[in-house]
Design a protein around this ligand. Structure first.
Ligand code: FAD
Length: 471
């Protein structure tokens, strides 16, 4: 008998119900416990996972190995290639042991197929597969309308989610106590390789990450509602990469928020309340993904929008990807993404809107590009964000709401500080010119605008009106 905690998107030792249960099981039965992680770079690439995210995962797994060693839990980090090979690892293990495998549920299609295959291998060999639905505080399917339906609109979902929080509270598991030392002989597997260190700017120490979260709740959340829209201000938590791979849990965030921000808690418009809303958006998109698996196949939520005839101009797409559109805020944002692997939320909205509604390029091209670059790439949040911006999703921005990139720039980067950081060609410009340098005859070293916003806007209204009419 061997217990296995199979780590995937829950790479933490604190508040990990999966680990907690496995330790409890092992203590109760006196049977040994190992932790397992299987790197699958081919499958990651198939899912467009950014190299920087892959590196963050590899670094975090190595750190987790050290943290678990203190608990006398050996972590076996295997270098595999794809999800098919994951099954082979378990086939090897069941030859030697009857396994009880503890995992956190994943919602995406290929991951579910992988897990089904592993479950079958285990059950056929007399073992068991024990799954925990812990990616969200409220598991998908648990927040429903009075008629039992899934919410398609955020505001009532949030109301109901908050009612459930009030009723059940939020529970965080402590880090398990060390196990008695046990010796386990396992088959030889290829050891996981280290990454390219491209994510080195992001700490992978769990305690340090928890400290960052606590500090944000103590010092910054109070001003979150006013600061969060300004990319030049360090006003958001920068926790998305850690939430995406589970270095911290949403429950830890909400529990800490309730402690630190209890004074401002009651006001609807407080920083704490708005930050909590963002964590609820994260859950909303996961609930939607589970309820509408077609989204995983990149289908639009509003099916009639599948009929839109996008222009899909390759040269324009390349200009957008490389931050060479001649629209300073768009270019600064895309260069931030390419350089750092992260982009501010306001800028994700501006650049997504620009790709779809100014360049008339299929939102799925942008979704894929973001995924291939983001350190916090998360299917549900990325798909939800893109479909929101493209007006094809649930609770999406109405199609006639089209961001003007220049007024967005004037409003959210009024001094041009953010633009100056990433578009050095414009750093000498003063005043409003930084938002639209072209009226002065342009800056030689900078790009000419690739489209005329007013004309592009008109065309967007037409293409959407056409599909809405025929719906
Ligand atoms: P904070 O403002 O501090 O928010 C706290 C946490 O709430 C975030 O870490 C994140 O986990 C969650 N969150 C915040 N906003 C959203 C949102 N709109 N939807 C879902 N969850 C949210 N977020 C990702 O985590 N991964 C993605 O791949 C992703 N792609 C996006 C693509 C587009 C086009 C858009 C418009 C948004 C996308 N977002 C994505 C949401 C959001 O931009 C990021 O979560 C946020 O910028 C991360 O910064 P932060 O950690 O400082 O967030």
């Amino acid at each position: 008998q061997l217990n296995v905690v199979w780590f995937r998107n829950d790479l933490r030792a604190y508040d990990n119900a999966v680990l907690d249960s496995a330790v409890e099981h092992s203590t109760r039965n006196g049977s040994p416990l190992v932790a397992l992680f299987i790197a699958t770079p081919d499958s990651w690439q198939q899912h467009d996972m950014a190299l920087i995210k892959q590196d963050l995962i590899r670094r975090r797994v190595m750190q987790l190995k050290t943290e678990l060693a203190v608990l006398n839990i050996p972590l076996i980090a295997v270098e595999g290639n794809d999800y098919k090979q994951v099954g082979e690892v378990f086939v090897q293990l069941v030859k030697h042991y009857k396994l009880s495998v503890f995992v956190q549920r994943e919602y995406e299609l290929r991951e579910q197929l992988r897990d089904k295959q592993v479950e079958t291998i285990l059950v056929d060999s007399g073992g068991q597969y024990i799954e925990f639905d812990t990616q969200c505080i409220m598991p998908p399917g648990s927040v429903r309308t009075q008629q039992g339906d899934i919410y398609k609109v955020f505001t009532p979902f949030k109301r109901n989610w908050l009612a459930a929080l009030k009723q059940h509270g939020v529970r965080c598991y402590p880090k398990p106590k060390p196990l008695a030392i046990n010796t386990i002989v396992l088959p030889e597997f290829d050891e996981m390789q280290s990454g390219d260190n491209s994510s080195a700017a992001w700490s992978v120490d769990e305690v340090e990450v928890l400290g960052k979260m606590r500090q944000f709740c103590q010092e910054k959340v109070g001003a979150y509602h006013t600061a969060r829209d300004f990319p030049a201000i360090d006003g958001t938590s920068l926790l998305s990469a850690y939430l995406a791979i589970g270095v911290i849990s949403p429950a830890q965030c909400v529990a800490r928020l309730q402690i630190e921000a209890k004074d401002s808690w009651q006001s609807d418009k407080s920083g704490a309340e708005i930050w909590l809303s963002e964590l609820i958006w994260r859950e909303f998109y996961k609930h939607i993904l589970v309820a509408y698996p077609n989204l995983i196949k990149h289908k639009p939520f509003q099916s009639e929008t599948d009929g839109i005839r996008w222009s899909n101009n390759e040269a324009l797409f390349k200009a957008w990807c490389e931050g060479q559109t001649g629209f300073p805020i768009v270019d600064a944002a895309m260069r931030q993404l390419n350089k750092t692997g992260w982009m501010h939320n306001r800028l994700r909205m501006i650049t997504a809107s620009f790709l779809v509604k100014d360049l008339h390029i299929d939102w799925r091209w942008g979704e894929r590009y973001f995924m291939s670059k983001l350190i916090d790439g998360d299917f549900a949040a990325n798909n939800g964000g893109w479909q929101w911006a493209a007006s094809t999703g649930t609770d999406a921005a109405p199609y006639f709401r089209i961001f003007n990139p220049v007024s967005q720039s004037e409003k959210f980067d009024p001094q041009g500080e953010f633009i100056r950081l990433y578009v050095p060609e414009l750093s000498k410009l003063q005043g409003k010119a930084i938002h639209w340098p072209h009226s002065l005859g342009g800056v030689k070293s900078y790009f000419s605008p690739v489209v005329d916003h007013a004309t592009a806007r008109k065309h967007t209204l037409e293409i959407f009106a056409e599909v809405k009419k025929s719906a």
